[in-house]
Design a protein around this ligand. Structure first.
Ligand code: 0RA
Length: 685
């Protein structure tokens, strides 16, 4: 979840392009079936790959695979495909096979070419033959298989259809000969696409199987009944031996299985998740819900198999139905008495894990990352399906219904207690707004956009950092010992904790939450106001930098702080305000020359490289041991340091991992650590 800041997703908007190109980009996006003949091929894609796949780095490389797989998923959603097999081949090729109807091969009048060649060589031509339906298409994918073709050194397509096998090969988007029948009298239908991403365009050609497999599992959860098998073949560079890893995803329970998977390490309040589904105005809605004894909420939403990380109208509809029905039921059975206030949305969602999965014919995605649904019909469809389904469930399952209401009532009581505790902090933050926590060494800069706050572990490290910093724009807040594990604590306790109070007031998070809360005043279920639950303009620094020792304790404190920000000030993480500093682990002296090294691998590489004998290597035990100017030079000076920006690319997995690592089920945690030890290391948290 940490990514080099320099490698952020490149999002080229048409506005960033020179005038001519921007025109052609916009025109391209508006093509429809009737305009196909005026398209000029795939050069725009090779010229501006970022516009089509987001980046030419690792993220973009993986999008190429998703793009092809999405076409097979579309076939599955239309009810024509049950099996999809993806293979990472030893030579760097990706092969995607499905048993759908096969890409059509007859001639398209407008292009004078086969449908296969049209789909492969004309931008956005795929949809034309797809008879509407619920296309996988979003901000990040849905650009069409032709984009993959354009960005591949070569791409080969086999189609089984009409009893024949058809074949055509392309190189860098250009057809190498006509479509040809290479076999006759066969059975079955389907499409196989095999491509080699183009090293002239992509910055990396190395696929990460763990990134791909996560998406494939998600797709299998969201499209129940389909079987996705994923095979990664690797060649050992020394022995030349091939190693094969294979995983098969098939979830007959669909989103129900998904929710159970997310709750794996939580204690569920009732064993069987609720499943609600229905259709309204062409919007197909399915929801799976299960509450646990946890305090946090994990609601994940998908539109046409795309994770809408920022929610949108479908999530708003879900929330208002949940709050309304639980309140109505609680009144009806007198668990909520006359004169008692309604339960809030937050109360009904404490400890809730839910998947909202909708299919909609023409999704409109909004927001900076196109991860928020805008269609208004989605709100009413989800609201109605959900309200009917939930009411029906509660009427038929009075025991579970009572559990739901009791959980929300508990949350309500805790919320009132938390409010009192928070008012204490709030009073503090108002009264002491000029006198911040005593141990904060503030900077003189007043513009948050130019200010940085270092959260430093321990007083001695705090001392070094205070002396080493540039006091104009760098503030230091030393933290004493371990901070509270917020995954296991309720809000009132969190607000009572000293270290957390210091962070809340120093960063301005307290003020940001207060301001937002005052602003939203009762308009609980409104989506916009929920997002406002955090007023970013009250933040005092736009870089909040966690700087801990490079040892196990340091890693633990870093995880605790990340958990805190992720759970408690999520907008801070989403908007990229949270960073992790990279202090060096070793100092290597070769004669007069001093080099700082950040990890053991780097140390070994360096030692191998210099091959000198009179080398002195010293290991820093902690930040407190470093001289102030050393700390400045290596970890704090903007001109030299490396900061890792904390980003959550995969909210679903982040939630699961935080719960497992910080939550209360020791057994699951141990299993997880044993099973995924290597991956956790790669996670870098
Ligand atoms: C256009 C039209 C039809 C199917 C497809 C494209 C299609 C594309 C891909 C890409 C990978 N697998 C695919 N499977 C199908 C509909 C064909 C018909 O009406 O028979």
């Amino acid at each position: 979840m940490l990514e080099q800041k320099e490698k952020n997703l490149e999002t080229l908007l048409p506005a960033d392009l020179p005038a001519e190109e921007s025109t052609s980009a916009i025109v391209t996006a508006q093509y429809n079936a009737a305009d196909i003949q005026v398209l000029e091929g795939l050069e725009p894609v090779r010229k501006r790959p970022g516009m089509y796949i987001g980046s030419t780095g690792e993220t973009g490389l993986h999008h190429l695979v998703y793009e092809v797989v999405d076409n097979s998923i579309d076939e599955a959603m239309a009810g024509h495909c049950t099996d999809i097999a993806i293979t990472l081949q030893a030579d760097g090729c990706v092969m995607v096979e499905d048993n759908g109807r096969g890409i059509p091969v007859d001639i398209v009048q407008k292009t004078g070419k086969s449908a296969l060649e049209t789909v492969m060589t004309v931008l956005h031509a795929g949809g034309k033959f797809g008879e509407g339906g619920y296309k996988v298409s979003g901000g990040l994918h849905g650009v069409g298989i032709s984009v993959v073709n354009a960005l591949s050194e070569f791409c080969e397509v086999h189609v089984k259809r009409n009893g024949n096998v058809y074949f055509q090969r392309f190189e860098r988007g250009i057809a190498q000969g006509e479509i040809a029948i290479i076999q006759e009298g066969i059975e079955g239908t389907g499409t196989t696409v095999r491509f080699l991403p183009d090293g002239q365009i992509m910055e990396t050609l190395e696929f990460k199987p763990e990134i791909l497999s996560k998406r494939f599992q998600e797709l299998a959860f969201l499209n129940k009944g389909i079987t996705i098998s994923f095979t990664a073949i690797k060649k050992d560079p020394e022995t030349g031996e091939e190693q094969t890893q294979r995983e098969v995803y098939h979830h007959t329970g669909g989103v129900i299985d998904f929710v159970m998977h997310l709750n794996e390490s939580k204690e569920a309040l009732y064993p069987q998740p609720l499943y609600i589904h229905g259709e309204k105005d062409k919007v197909i809605v399915e929801v799976a819900i299960q509450h646990s004894t946890a305090y946090t909420e994990n609601v994940q939403s998908f539109v046409n198999s795309i994770n809408t990380i920022q929610g949108g109208t479908h999530v708003t509809g879900f929330r208002s139905a949940l709050t309304r029905i639980i309140n109505e039921y609680a009144r009806r059975v007198n668990l909520l008495k006359e004169g008692e206030e309604n339960l809030t949305g937050d109360d009904t969602r404490e400890g809730l894990t839910a998947i909202i999965n909708i299919k909609i014919p023409d999704p409109q995605f909004e927001g900076q990352t196109k991860a928020k649904l805008g269609n208004t019909e989605a709100r009413s469809a989800v609201e109605q399906v959900m309200a009917e389904g939930l009411l029906d469930y509660m009427d038929r399952n009075p025991n579970e219904a009572k559990l739901l209401v009791t959980k929300a009532l508990d949350a309500c009581r805790a919320r009132l207690a938390a409010k009192k505790a928070r008012e204490l902090v709030r009073r503090k933050s108002v009264l002491e707004s000029t006198t911040l926590p005593g141990k904060l060494a503030d900077c003189s800069e007043k513009d948050p956009a130019n200010s940085e706050l270092f959260l430093v572990e321990g007083d001695s490290a705090g001392g070094s950092a205070k002396q080493g910093r540039d006091r104009h724009f760098q503030a230091i807040l030393p933290l004493r010992g371990k901070i509270l594990n917020i995954e296991k604590a309720r809000e009132d306790k969190i607000y009572g904790n000293n270290e957390i109070q210091a962070i809340l007031v120093a960063t301005g998070i307290a003020a940001a939450k207060d301001a937002a809360e005052n602003a939203r005043n009762g308009s609980e279920e409104d989506d916009e106001s929920r997002e406002m639950a955090f007023d970013v303009s009250k933040l005092r620094y736009h870089k909040i930098i966690i700087m801990t020792d490079a040892d196990v304790d340091g890693a633990h404190i870093r995880t605790l702080l990340l958990t805190f920000f992720y759970r408690f000030a999520r907008p801070l993480v989403d908007q990229g305000f949270v960073y992790v500093a990279q202090p060096p682990l070793f100092k290597v002296e070769v004669g007069q020359k001093v080099k700082y090294v950040y990890n053991e691998r780097e140390l070994n590489d360096y030692l191998a490289e210099i091959k000198r004998k009179n080398v002195s290597v010293s290991r820093f035990k902690g930040l407190g041991e470093m001289m102030p100017d050393q700390l400045w030079d290596t970890a704090m000076d903007p001109a030299k340091r490396t900061l890792l920006q904390v980003k959550v690319d995969d909210a679903v997995e982040a939630d699961r991992i935080f719960t497992i690592l910080m939550g209360s089920k020791v057994e699951t945690r141990r299993e997880f650590i044993e099973k995924y030890a290597r991956e956790v290391k790669n996670l870098d948290i």
